[in-house]
Structures are given as C-alpha cells and as structure tokens.
Design a protein around this ligand. Structure first.
Ligand SMILES: Cc1cc2nc3c(=O)[nH]c(=O)nc-3n(C[C@H](O)[C@H](O)[C@H](O)COP(=O)(O)O)c2cc1C
Length: 378
C-alpha cells in the first residue's frame, strides 16, 4: 500500500512541514505540582520530533490561575517559571526540525482538581470524575454560570498564555474546543442554557470561542499559528454526537468559515474515526470542515490505520493526520511507516489518559523486555 500522501510536504501559515503526521494532544500529568514542565517532558516531546513527526501538539495546558486547571500536575502557561520550562521543551523539538504547538485548555465544568468550577450555565455535567486520576472523585459539582467578568478573565488568560507560548518559542497554539471542555460546553445545547448573546443559535454558541480566537490572533506575532480543535464526543460522554449530524456540522463550519482559523483539528476522542466522524449520508466532519471553511484540516481518531489516513488525505477530507495512542507506543511511528516496519501495538495499560509519563515508560519497558529498540526515550 502506498503511504506517499502521508509523506508529502505541506505549508501551514508560512511554515514548511516535512510530512502530514502530527502528534495528537495527550494529557500526561507529569509537570511539577506548580505546573512547570520537567526534564522528562523535554525528552518525551523530543522523542516524537526525532521519530519523524513534523508537528507536535502538546497536552492541554491551563491558561489562568482562576478556574482553568483540569488536572493535578497539569502544566500551565500562566507565569515565567512555566514559560521557562516550556522553552526547553520547544528547543528540544526544534532540534529535529519539527514544529510545536501548545494546546491551550480551560476545563470549565470538567475540572478533576477544583472544587469550584465555572461554565456557560449552572448545569451539572454527566458522569463522574475519573477515579484513576489523582484529585477529586465523585460527581462533578454544579458549575457557576459565567458572568461577563468571568468571560473577560478567561479571554485574558488565553491571550496571556498565547503570548507566553510565543515567548517560550512555540510555533503556535491550539484552542481546545473539543472533548466536553469549556468552549465545547458553550457549543453544546444542553450545557449552554444562556439567553444572552452567548446562547441560543449556533453562531451565539460559537461566539465566545471566536472572540477568544480573534483576541489571541491579534495579540500574537505574524506567522504564529492559532488553530482550533473540535470534536463531537466528550470525555464524560463518548457517545455524544452533534444533534442533527451533518446538518449541524454544516452550520458549525459555515459559522467558523468567517474566522479564517489557521487550521481546524477535527477529533474523534474515542479513537474511532468512522464511528465518530462519518455521517449516514456519507459525508464526514473533517471533509465538511475542509470543503466549507477552506482552511487546513487535521483529522484524528484511530488514524494509525494507514489505509484510512491515506484515503482521508487523497480524497481531500483532511490535510494532516494526528496520531495519539499509537504515538505513545511508537514515538517513531512516521519512521516505522516510511521504512515499512510494523509499529508496536498499543495496549490498554499504555494509553489510559490517567497514566503519567513514568507509568507509560514502565509499561513500555515491560513490553520491550527492556530492549532499547522499543523504548520511548524519556
Ligand atoms: C493519554 C491520552 C491523553 C489525552 N489528552 C488529551 C488532551 O490533553 N487534549 C486533547 O484534546 N485530547 C486528548 N486526548 C485525545 C487524543 O488527542 C485523541 O483524540 C485520541 O487519543 C484519539 O486519537 P488516536 O486514536 O490516534 O489515539 C488524549 C488521549 C489519550 C490517549
């Protein structure tokens, strides 16, 4: 099978990428308790760049010291110390000529570590907090409905975090508007009951994201990439789909077209592209996003299946492919595919979002019987 289309170059906001392969954002909960990236994280991200990925999107990074943090030991970008930690990560990735984008994330109602949360409306989230992660357990609390002041604080947080990302040497940031977190809570009708200009029709439910996007884009230097990630499924509701299927997708992308985002990252959080991104009428969310907005599209979800990944690129349903779990087991996934070597299969114990870098390393060592050929370099 030809894998050529995955290895063609592409331009993204004036940056040359050597192939179409991107590391998907993956929470690692391996920063210090003060949210500062560690040396292990420098090695972890560098391994993907050495392994041939042309673009690495980091784990979700919190954006302010108020309500944005989602996990304990999550890294932040709210002060100079955290920025200095990220500077080392970015420099490590750049040694191998890959780009690095920081995923900026506000957990909204889905924080695993805050007793008090904020969200578009005071609606208790479905599901329970993860028992596998350190932090709080049990039902998510009922969040406080965000006031105008809260909206302004969140926007300021994103702008400041993006400026710190630029200072740290990142090539761009991704606004995390997927998986059930804050911006997705605005987009989702049952978690957004607002009657002001941020609630109601699709445009209003995307308004806050678009305002933050515009504020960030205006603040950062030219050529600094600002993308947006969207998904239908949510961490606390993997079965959720946009009500109306492809009709809803058309509406969403028609609104977002006016934003001219640097890219859209259309994700299948549950890791199954066909189940989460394909509609009954044969269209797909990434394909509709590409056709309607005309901006570069990253597709995600089970796309370590090279045949599907290839077909999405060649049928113009995506420009880039992001790989999550398979990249954890194979930081050198692109090299393996290019050289026709089989990637190491990934196992449940390896890919649980609850696992830290140290746990992942331990599992990989067990799998590899400590042979250095299969090890993720940490
Ligand atoms: C360990 C782990 C942590 C994740 N953390 C994030 C995250 O911080 N931000 C995000 O947008 N998605 C996160 N995801 C979802 C992935 O980006 C991706 O959508 C998902 O793994 C499906 O892609 P895959 O089939 O290539 O693994 C995480 C997934 C895993 C396995």
């Amino acid at each position: 099978m030809s894998t050529n289309s995955l290895f063609n170059q592409i331009q993204l906001e004036g940056h040359q990428l050597s192939n179409r392969l991107v590391v998907a954002p993956m929470t690692r909960r391996s920063a210090t308790s003060a949210g500062v990236p560690t040396e292990a994280m420098v090695d972890y991200y560098q391994a993907f760049a050495r392994g041939g990925f042309s673009l690495i999107i980091t784990e979700g990074i919190y954006t302010d010291s108020l309500f944005s943090q989602t996990d304990l030991n999550q890294p932040g970008l709210v002060n100079e110390e955290q920025m200095e930690g990220w500077k080392k990560v970015a420099a490590g990735v750049h040694k191998s000529d890959a780009l690095i984008i920081g995923q900026l994330m506000h957990g909204g109602a889905l924080s695993q570590c805050s007793a008090k949360t904020i969200a578009p409306s005071a609606v208790q989230p479905k599901g329970l907090r993860s028992t596998e992660k350190d932090g709080l357990t049990g039902p998510f609390p009922i969040p406080k409905e965000m006031s105008e002041e809260d909206l302004s604080d969140v926007k300021k947080g994103y702008v400041q975090a993006a400026l710190l990302a630029s200072k740290a040497g990142f090539d761009g940031v991704e606004l995390h508007s997927a998986n059930g977190y804050l911006f997705d809570q605005f987009l989702t009708p049952h978690t957004n009951l607002r009657t002001d200009r941020y609630g109601g029709n699709t445009y209003n439910r995307l308004r806050f994201l678009m305002e933050v996007y515009t504020a960030v884009k205006e603040a950062v230097p030219a050529k600094f990439i600002v993308g947006i990630r969207l998904s239908e499924s949510k961490v606390n509701d993997l079965r959720y789909r946009w009500p109306g299927g492809s009709t809803a997708a058309v509406e969403i992308f028609t609104v977002l077209k006016g934003l001219h985002a640097d890219y859209l990252h259309i994700a299948a959080e549950g890791g199954n592209w066909a189940r989460e991104c394909l509609y009954g009428d044969g269209s797909s969310s990434s394909g509709l996003a590409k056709k309607i907005t005309g901006v570069p599209i990253i597709a995600n979800g089970g796309l370590h299946d090279v045949q599907i990944a290839e077909s999405l690129i060649s049928s113009q349903q995506a420009d880039l492919i992001s790989i999550g779990r398979a990249a954890l087991a194979n930081p050198d996934w692109p090299r393996r595919i290019a050289e026709g070597k089989s990637p190491i299969p990934f196992f449940k114990e390896l890919i649980k979002p609850s696992l830290t870098l140290q746990h992942t390393q331990a599992v990989l060592e067990k799998l590899a019987g400590n042979s250095s050929g299969n090890r993720m370099v940490l």
